[in-house]
Design a protein around this ligand. Sequence first.
Ligand SMILES: [Zn+2]
Length: 217
Amino acid sequence: MPIVALILTISAAVAPTPTSEYAPANDEAYTLDLEVDGYRNGAMDPDRLMEYRGCVLERDAAYMYALLMEAAEEDGVPLGFEDCYRSYGSQAAAYNSRCPITETPIFAVDPLTGANVQTGVQSARVCSGPPTARPGASNHGWGRAVDFTDGNGILGCSDATFRWMQGNAHRFGWVHPDWAHCGMATQEPWHWEYAGVTDSILPGFGRLDPKLLQVVQ
Ligand SMILES: [Zn+2]
């Protein structure tokens, strides 16, 4: 018993401080808490969204994103974003433009007239370009994914900014999901997700300039 008590005392003594780092709690975007709370992908309640310098994200993800961006700035890394929260409508628009439906008419011979007549249409979706999630399936729709850029555009596998992300994103609960790793057929070096943090106490506004992290109107 005395040993257990001692360990608990030590644990309490190392409670998070403003300089704590926040290890990711999962390997990819954590969304179960949002689902349990009744939020819907692509239709997030604006009360749960926040904006940091033009990037709209789910509140907790936005806190940690802001700290990540501040750390990049301190290190002189030109980290930027192209895409943050995506509504259902914008997910659908992206999906429809990358995976348009093509329609092929179906013909058959009419037994009465012998004529070849159209009896229907076969439709299929053909995708091109980078893989695009079905509407409602993207973690951008939960506000817990960001497509990052550097000064030259969307992040590439050999970019120094990508390597900085590999070394630092996890300090703020952000991860690069397995399917997006460089070398995979589905590689997306630019796509990173907020995976929750092992430390349940988020830093909140205390460390941030409130003018930078804003409520979404
Ligand atoms: Zn993405």
